[in-house]
Design a protein around this ligand. Structure first.
Ligand SMILES: Nc1ncnc2c1ncn2[C@@H]1O[C@H](COP(=O)(O)OP(=O)(O)OP(=O)(O)O)[C@@H](O)[C@H]1O
Length: 669
């Protein structure tokens, strides 16, 4: 077995113009504690992240136990304790240990046995306590216990003793020294407590992007003739600065050192490893436990689509109510109601009575000027003006079948066209009421009602009802839109939260693959999505009686594959971006055009030809046409409109998953 546990050669890492690692060399022999010292921001964490494979070097090599980290993560042979605690706040201490233990391939019994030792060593709190309820220091100890639990061959610890009291720090150091002796493991750690590294076998001093000296503490103290490691650091820093000022080649202090490490016998604990199946099982278990711990959020997530669909069915597509309309009737004041009579001098009252069935909020005004003022102030939606000899002229026009150019037989309507939908509705009601009124009038005069009919016959529609409400046309498409958006939000947030808590990197460093993490998320998120779809469809069909002429299986399958493509979109976003806020911005920025162009807000036929073409291939558009055809036309899978909806979802899912996997593989910053 190799005598060098970790070998770093010519490591370079930069962020823009900031050269954090500058051709750094470092050698960690087996069976030693290697303490990496350096000022804050000197690049210690960056180096450790590159060692465990969470970050990629721009150039240079890192070998851990003979394996290059460029070939991937080092797996459970290498344990990593990141600087942040990287724990799941919703889990209890015992669940945390079980989860990380399972990922490392331990059985529950082994976890329990080892935990007994760690509880005593690190004075861990009661195992049933939730991580979120622990203090910062307690969480730090749990984070440390996690890596000691599965006892890898190489432990990489980023500030393991920060936040611990001096007594505890001492017992931790004693434990680490015992580990080296009993398990012949190798430990690399960083710390800001310089003096505690006297107990390390080797100390590396890092400054300006590289290691300026690397030797045992005794050799460093003796070689530089000082009493403390603080003084060693100070002296070497000054020498490095002088060297830089003189423009000499870069400063490296060579110190003779006898520490040579040992030949690894092999760690008792380190030969555990977990199969993909077990890792996915552990990941899924953890996700379900965390979901259930956030029960109100879980319920809201599941019900959010159903809630939006409910609001859509209640609030969208219905005829406007409570429209306020004013009447200025110069013919008569309509005090007494009389049925329609052929020779009536107040036919306008009969027409107004028919209007009143729709416009219950109908006010009489004495003059047109008052109507105009009310309309301009936004107090009414329209006003109708009837001339003083309306009935006589209308009768003459209809009954004598003569064309009359007089305006007196017309009711003038003044609408507010800024509220265009309402103005159009007022027009529809006014025309409808007039048709009913002329029917009644002609009947009373024993004249055929056909006399006043427009010579167009609306026959029974091929699909749908004559009076179909927009709700039933827009509702299903809206359901798909909402479930796509909710799915992408849920999935992107679930991954990004894991990334930001540092747990993603931690489990990757343990050898859990991106694919395994993705599969586990797909399993959990799919369960959520199924619940969402079922609740939304139940609301649509059972409460709002959405008509269904086709196969319910096709509707459910389409809703599922559409949400699945939304999930994949969420994964792609989570793999490209780093924060939930950025993901929310991208989601809203990309979903709004997709929704606008989907044809549910406005027919695609009304768009610019280029947009029409583009919109057709976006997510949601084809599925929206597909679900409408299944629901209202009763079409089956053999119809292109139907199967293209499914094809669209599959193609987008594959594209999003591909983007996601590519980004996760190559984006190690
Ligand atoms: N993702 C990143 N993008 C840009 N700069 C980064 C990134 N990560 C780290 N850096 C920069 O790299 C430098 C080294 O950071 P690093 O966290 O490795 O320092 P450190 O020695 O571990 O500090 P500390 O002891 O305070 O933890 C810092 O200047 C930091 O701003």
């Amino acid at each position: 077995m190799a005598e060098t546990a970790i070998m770093v050669r010519g490591a370079c890492k930069y962020y823009g113009g900031n050269h954090v690692l500058n051709s750094l060399d470092l050698t960690v022999p087996n069976c030693c504690i290697y303490a990496l010292l350096g000022a804050s921001g000197s690049g210690k964490t960056t180096l450790l992240s590159c060692m465990v494979g969470n970050k990629k070097l721009n150039s240079g090599t890192i070998q851990i136990l003979g394996t290059s980290t460029r070939e991937g993560y080092s797996g459970p042979r290498v344990g990593y304790m990141p600087q942040e605690n990287a724990l799941y706040q919703e889990l209890t201490i015992w669940e945390t240990m079980k989860y990380f233990g399972w990922l490392a391939g331990l059985t529950t019994r082994e976890i329990s046995t080892r935990l007994d030792v760690l509880v005593k060593l690190l004075l861990l709190p009661h195992l049933g306590q939730q991580i979120s309820a622990l203090s910062g220091g307690e969480q730090r100890r749990i984070s440390f216990a996690v890596v000691l639990l599965y006892m890898p061959q190489v432990l990489i610890l980023d500030e393991p003793t920060v936040g611990l009291d001096p007594l505890l720090r001492e017992s931790v150091w004693n434990y680490l020294i015992d580990l080296i002796k009993s398990q012949s493991c190798t430990i690399v750690l960083t710390t800001h407590y310089i003096e505690e590294t006297r107990q390390a076998h080797k100390v590396g001093l890092m400054r300006k992007g590289y290691v300026i000296a690397e030797a045992s503490p005794q050799a460093l103290l003796g070689g530089l003739g000082v009493n403390t490691l603080e003084d060693v650091f100070l002296k070497l820093s000054k020498l490095q600065d002088e060297c830089d000022e003189d423009g000499r080649s870069r400063f490296v202090c060579q110190i003779n050192d006898n520490f040579a490490g040992c030949t690894v016998r092999g760690c008792d604990y380190s030969n555990t490893s977990s199969s993909s199946k077990h890792k996915i099982k552990a990941l899924v278990w953890k996700q379900f436990v965390t979901l259930l711990r956030n029960f109100p959020l879980l319920i809201f997530t599941v019900m959010s689509s159903a809630l939006s669909v409910t609001l859509f069915f209640i609030g969208v597509g219905h005829d406007p109510k409570g429209i306020s309309v004013a009447i200025i009737n110069y013919e008569t004041n309509c005090t007494a109601f009389t049925p329609v009579q052929c020779d009536s001098p107040s036919l306008s009252c009969n027409y107004i009575e028919l209007l009143r069935t729709t416009f219950s909020d109908l006010n009489y005004l004495p003059s047109q000027a008052e109507g105009e003022a009310l309309l301009r102030n936004g107090n009414i939606h329209a006003y109708f003006v009837v001339s003083n000899n309306y009935s006589a002229v209308l009768r003459q026009q209809i009954y004598n079948k003569v064309t009359n150019d007089s305006e007196d037989s017309a009711v003038d309507i003044y609408p507010d066209y800024l509220a265009k939908d309402i103005a159009v509705y007022v027009k529809k009601v006014a025309v409808g009421a007039f048709e009913d009124f002329t029917d009644l009038f002609l009947d009373s005069c024993n004249v055929s009602t056909k006399l006043m009919k427009i010579p167009i016959n609306w026959k029974k529609p091929v699909y749908g009802e004559k009076q179909v409400e927009h709700t039933y046309m827009g509702g299903p498409a809206y359901l798909l839109m909402v479930s796509f958006c909710v799915a992408s939000i849920v999935t992107s947030c679930s991954i990004l939260m894991e990334k930001n808590e540092g747990t993603y990197d931690r489990i990757c460093a343990m050898g859990v693959g991106h694919g395994e993490i993705l599969v586990s998320h797909i399993i959990t998120d799919l369960c959520l999505i199924v619940c969402q779809i079922v609740s939304s469809l139940l609301v649509a069909f059972l409460i709002f009686e959405l008509p269904l002429h086709g196969s319910i299986y096709l509707v459910v399958s389409l809703a599922l594959v559409n949400s699945f493509s939304g999930m994949c979109f969420g994964y792609a976003i989570a793999s490209i971006l780093q924060s939930e806020t950025a993901a929310m911005h991208l989601l809203s920025g990309s979903m709004t055009p997709a929704i606008l162009l989907s044809g549910t807000m406005w027919p695609r036929e009304g768009m610019h030809p280029f947009l029409q073409e583009l919109a057709w291939y976006l997510p949601i558009t084809q599925p929206a046409y597909s679900i409408l055809s299944i629901l209202h036309r009763g079409w089956g899978f053999s119809k292109p409109t139907v199967y293209l909806g499914f094809v669209n979802c599959f193609v987008w899912s594959i594209i999003f998953l591909f983007v996601c996997l590519m980004c996760l593989r190559h984006k190690r910053g």
